[in-house]
Ligand binder design. Sequence first.
Ligand SMILES: [Zn+2]
Length: 595
Amino acid sequence: MTTYKHRSEIPEEEKWNLTDLYATEADWHSDLKKVEVLAQELAGFDGNITDGQSLYEFLKKQEDLSFIFTKVFAYSMFSTDIDTRDSNAQSLKDRATQVSVKVGSATSFFMPFLLTLDEATLKAYINEVKELEYFEEDLWDSFRYKAHVLTKEKEEILSALGEALSSPDRTYGMLNNADIEFGQVTNDDGEKVEMTRGMYSKLIEDEDREKRKEAYKAYYKPYVQLSNTIASTLSSAVKNNVTLSKLRNYDSALSKSLFGDQVPTEVYDNLIATAKKNLEPYHRYTAIRKEILGLDELRQYDLNVSLVSGAKKDISYEEAYDTMLTALAPLGEEYIQTLRDFKEKRYIDVRETPAKRSGAYNMGVYGAHPFVLLNHHDDLDSLFTLAHEMGHAMHSHYSSKHQPQITANYTIFVAEVASTVNEVLLIHHLLEHSKDKEMRKYLLNHFIDQFRGTFFTQVMFADFEKQTHELAEQGEPLNAEAFNAIYEKLFREYNGPDIVFDEEVKYGWSRIPHFYRPFYVYKYSTGFASSIQIAKRILNKEEGALEDYLTFLKSGSSEYPLELLKKAGVDLTTPEPIESALEYLGEIVSEFESL
Ligand SMILES: [Zn+2]
């Protein structure tokens, strides 16, 4: 395996070329200055948008600012991420962050202003200036919120209470990140030490069952002890959502959260109902897990240990890239050629070095190109990460190339589709070409575990959010007991009859920060299921499947997410995509079973 101590040891072609953004740091500073000037000019529009022309000038300037600032911020972020100890890079990033706050406050007047207009006035403004056509759809999209805006006095009250309303989230964050103390675990020298979150994620996958159990108990200890406090923060968060949705004239807290993406609540309900009807393959997998691990009783702390240990195959970066290109061949020659170019043009920062930001990401910079950060390890997991991130990068590339700036960025709802499609194609390719039994087991298990994490767990969370909000809407009490009861029931239902319950299981709700961002995690499940259906269509060479998918990749946010997915052949208003994804899981589990 290749390890590097310093960036200077890494060949140029495996490092980003940040001069694609700025040839010199002086150029960066001059752009930052431009952003500051534009921000000041934008603030001057407050109270002075009185006709179509001034509205247009404001929007145009705002877009110009955004174009420059994206580059400015990206450069400072990339420079920091490749070496977080670099104090010069850090100071660039701090400067960029300060300016982003200025920009935010300079333009914060606009949305409230827009929503005070009446429809006829906005229409008249738009008809006045031809160039406003470009912004029209975006304006109407924002204008949809008018039906949910209150009188000026009420809005002022809500805004004054803003900090108090976000206090459950902040309190939980403090407790969960800063104050929490886990129990003790035994380290390799036999000493008792206090467990950290980082240690837990390793220990819960340990092959030694006693170690897993000890870590599990240590992890849940504070959550059990603090469950009444956490129930109070969560119940306040839920009740705030419910109250705000009523005040703002939404049918429910759920409809309020889905309003932005224009997703009907039926899509959410349909996801949960269809998943629940098709839990059988996942339950079967749990039973296989029990058998492979040779346990009399399968417990929660047995769910994360890998079932396949082999497959520690060395794959060089070159080989990984070539394998990916072969696996993605069904996406067509242009897709593949573009990916080849990405590597050559140094859009990927490949290697891990001390103090480089961990993990992996893609960020598309409009007007430049996608930038992918990896910490590549010459193994199979890294190959999957590569295919995943390059899926995001290609989505950025196509959308930037085919959309104007205003619709070039894709939304979170569809973001994970392009990355997961690539993973499915990769796994399909590897399974087709691998005769090695251990390897096949590893691949199948990898996929099933991903299914569990990205699909089932998220649907279960989505179900929990729905039930707790409904209780609050009916005026029922929400306390630790109520949360425990709902969570335990869901956990049993989703994970199947083969699990023996520890007392801790039912406290699972208390460790999930996502519950403070309501009705959000379901997007992981719908995105995952959608990409499986898309990949299946492409692999089965269904007529038009590839063109449909490429159209989707080129569409950015030019339409609402459900419409975009329809273009790719996925209709989330029907049970079909979810059913089809779970059917696929059934096939994978059967194959795993047979091995
Ligand atoms: Zn991703």
